[in-house]
Design a protein. Sequence first.
Length: 244
Amino acid sequence: MGIYSIVFDRDTREFSEHGGADARDALYSCVEMGDLAQFEKVFQAFDKALMSLTKNDRTHYKFTIQYVMAQLELVAVRGGLSLMECNELEDRYYRELENTATPEDAVSLLKSHCRALTGMIAECRELSPITRECRSYVQNHLYEDLSLPSIASALQYSESYLSHKFKEDLGQSVNDYVRQMRIARAKNLLRQDYSVAQVANMLCFSSQSHFAAAFKKATGVTPTAYKKTAPSELEAPPPEKAEF
């Protein structure tokens, strides 16, 4: 029996008695809709129910929080965020979760994670359809040609209209956004077993030196230095059984 089974089988009844199922559904709906106005009230109810799961087990609470974070990723994708955006945020919070010392610290971190997702979805919903389409296309085609002409052609917009609307919405050019997303993906790949040369090639940089220069400009360190100091990719263990 896995840790998830131990945590959730034992405490599901107590969680339900604290209004856990309703509080969970309300929180997930709040995040999905990007409803920052209701966030504090909704999370407070969820917090009370969630603490019922962790108060009697101060050893495995991190796995409980990891599971909730994984569920929130699915909720956020339904709300309009890309899987890449969710993964980047979730990865950062997973790492911070490892440094928490108490369930209370972990739940506070979860709250920050939820609020960040809710805010990102709220911002996404304010974007014009063309900008949302462009962002989604870029995030799903990072290993392909992403010049402005190729993106405009794929989305069937004129280059000038796409460029104008995108910058109007986000305050940056399409090319700058492509570079930003590729650097974000590069950081993820460098934390795995890919070499700097492989990452540069995979993400369509013209050369390894071009990639290194772009990476250092964006992060302040070279890809090689980042690879040496960044922790390895952290994955949450999949739940074997949970009704949460």
